[in-house]
Design a protein around this ligand. Structure first.
Ligand code: NAD
Ligand code: LMR
Length: 342
């Protein structure tokens, strides 16, 4: 049974005062793409975590200044910077959690899949280095299209003989963060209490909020369900259009990614009450990768909460069936990308 809203603990952690110190903090985190729009605020939020003792920042450029700047914050973690491929191996040594937001973001008019040609190669190269240098780490993939980049990462890890499906995560936390925010606004609920599971994938109709499973229990009219579902599915595009060519969500993404990192660290630290939604290798449906609520433990995914897929409304059931062909194609595209290479 889920004892409490699975978001609350992680949220509380990242809302702590800047100088909060927990003495047993000892985890090492690396961000690959740390100089970017997500990487920088994410580094700041992770620098504030009491569970982190070392934070390694890697990018192909512009990471030295970010590291110098962050290193002046009087929180426990040590900051180190690594620039370019020749420093990547050192960046990854003894790392417990690797977060990958490297790659290009969307501009108005683009789909996430339009990023495939550039980002597939970036993710493949970075995950090869992870496989060689810290194969036991939890790997958090943010780079889009997540529906394909996670299968790419899995194939790379398989080829390297180090794939542990329990430790590879597509970060879909932003979909949950958005769903919680929009539902709380619409129904006048206290934000910290709201918990909406989001399943499927991370693009358009593959993003499926299960509004009927919202905690605390709340009823929606058919119009509200339609309006909220479409808003959650298009929230990324809402930001891309508002930024008008200057990129996609970075600040809310950093917030969401920091929450997922914090949850992973708490799980590594022995907390037995850590739940998040994530896009993982899954047997929940006939698709090999699928986002759903999971329980996190010391070894990664400890359980998939299958009960949430039971008793769906007719609307959710139809949306689930409708998303499968698109998600399947994105998974197959990612797998083929790695398998077709010599
Ligand atoms: P950005 O362009 O601001 O930053 C990307 C960073 O990646 C840059 O600093 C760049 O130098 C770096 N980079 C490029 N190639 C690299 C390589 N080979 N190795 C290391 N670093 C490399 O973009 P952003 O706004 O930070 O977005 C990054 C990615 O995250 C995009 O693909 C975007 O679509 C995705 N994203 C995902 C979610 C999600 O919910 N999963 C949300 C928002 C954005
Ligand atoms: C998001 O959901 O904000 C990200 O996937 C970025 C995007 O391209 O929409």
């Amino acid at each position: 049974a889920l004892k409490r809203s699975y978001s609350t603990k992680a949220q509380k952690h990242i809302e702590r005062p800047y100088n909060y110190v927990q003495p047993h903090a000892s985890y090492k985190v690396a961000i690959l793409g740390a100089g970017g729009g997500i990487g920088q605020p994410l580094a700041l939020l992770i620098k504030m975590s009491p569970l982190v003792s070392a934070l390694n920042l890697y990018d192909i450029a512009n990471v030295k200044g970010v590291a110098a700047d962050l290193s002046h914050c009087n929180t426990p973690s040590q900051i180190a910077d690594f620039t370019g491929a020749s420093e990547l191996a050192n960046c990854l040594k003894d790392v417990n959690v690797v977060v990958i937001p490297a790659g290009v973001p969307r501009k108005p008019g683009m789909t996430r899949d339009d990023l495939f040609n550039i980002n597939a190669n970036i993710v493949k190269t970075l995950v090869e280095a992870v496989a060689d240098n810290c194969p036991d780490a939890f790997i958090h993939i943010i780079s889009n299209p997540v529906n394909s980049t996670v299968p790419i990462a899995a194939e790379v890890l398989k080829q390297k003989g180090v794939y542990d499906p329990k430790k590879l995560f597509g970060v879909t936390t932003l979909d949950v963060v958005r769903a919680n925010t929009f539902v709380a606004q619409k129904k006048n609920l206290k934000l910290i209490d709201v918990d909406v599971p989001v399943i499927g994938g991370h693009a358009g109709i593959t993003i499926l909020p299960l509004l009927s499973k919202t905690k605390p229990s709340v009823t929606f009219t058919d119009e509200e369900v339609e309006e909220l579902t479409v808003r959650i599915q298009n929230a990324g595009t809402e930001v891309v259009e508002a930024k008008a060519g200057a990129g996609s969500a970075t600040l809310s993404m950093a917030y969401a990614a920091a929450r997922f990192v914090e949850s992973s660290l708490r799980a590594l630290d022995g907390d037995s009450d850590v739940y998040e939604c994530s896009y993982i290798q899954s047997e929940l449906t006939e698709l090999p990768f699928f986002a759903s609520r999971i329980k996190l433990g010391k070894n990664g995914v400890e359980a998939v909460i299958s009960s949430e897929l039971q008793g769906l409304t007719e609307y959710e059931q139809k949306a689930l069936e409708a998303l499968k062909p698109e998600l399947k194609a994105s998974i197959e595209k990612g797998v083929a990308f790695v398998q077709k290479q010599p």
